[in-house]
Design a protein around this ligand. Structure first.
Ligand SMILES: [Zn+2]
Length: 179
């Protein structure tokens, strides 16, 4: 079953799946553009509606926690600089931008400004942290040389995050991304 749900927010495609084996557990997850809600078979339609609404709210709240504001990003960047780069990179601003389709992040070293693609919103925080560290390192070393990578590697999950982002890019577009 596919239905547009909730008139107070942009239409959201929700697919409700009922399972007779799923006696008590209700769960929900995003699957591309749609949201799948798993319900037990025996629910009344009123209960179903309440559960679907509740699970959508819960998912949205969880995602909100993973979507820091620009101010949060700047604070986070300063923490990451202090922890992994000896505080040497001092960004003047870090903000989300939605016009970067082929990059995860970019920066202008002369101004100390960093831009992070909104496509990273909702991704695990250690991945977002990696992109911030990457751009922080560019404030110190503009090119992708050995000195640059030795800075980035101070962040323990750098390699794992790069793999995560490469996998994501290949799955999404069939091509690798630059950042
Ligand atoms: Zn780079």
């Amino acid at each position: 079953m596919i239905l547009g749900y909730r008139s107070d927010v942009p239409p959201e495609t929700v697919e409700v799946r009922r399972s007779s084996r799923r006696r008590r557990t209700v769960s929900a997850y995003r699957d591309g553009e749609k949201t799948v809600v798993l319900l037990p078979a025996g629910l009344s339609s009123i209960d179903e509606e309440q559960w679907v609404r509740r699970m959508l709210d819960r998912l949205a709240a969880k995602e909100q926690r993973r979507r820091p504001s620009d101010d949060d990003l700047l604070e986070r960047a300063r923490e990451l600089s202090a922890r992994y780069l000896g505080g040497r990179a001092s960004p003047s601003s870090v903000r989300w931008v939605d016009n970067q389709h082929h990059r995860w992040g970019s920066c202008t070293p002369d101004h100390g400004t960093i831009r992070i693609s909104t496509r990273l919103r909702g991704m695990p925080s250690w991945v977002v942290d990696y992109v911030i560290v990457h751009e922080l390192a560019h404030l110190l070393v503009p090119s992708h040389g050995p000195r640059f990578w030795s800075l980035v590697e101070q962040y323990p999950k750098a390699e794992r995050a790069r793999g995560f982002l490469e996998g994501f890019s290949v799955a999404a577009s069939g091509t690798a991304e630059e950042y």
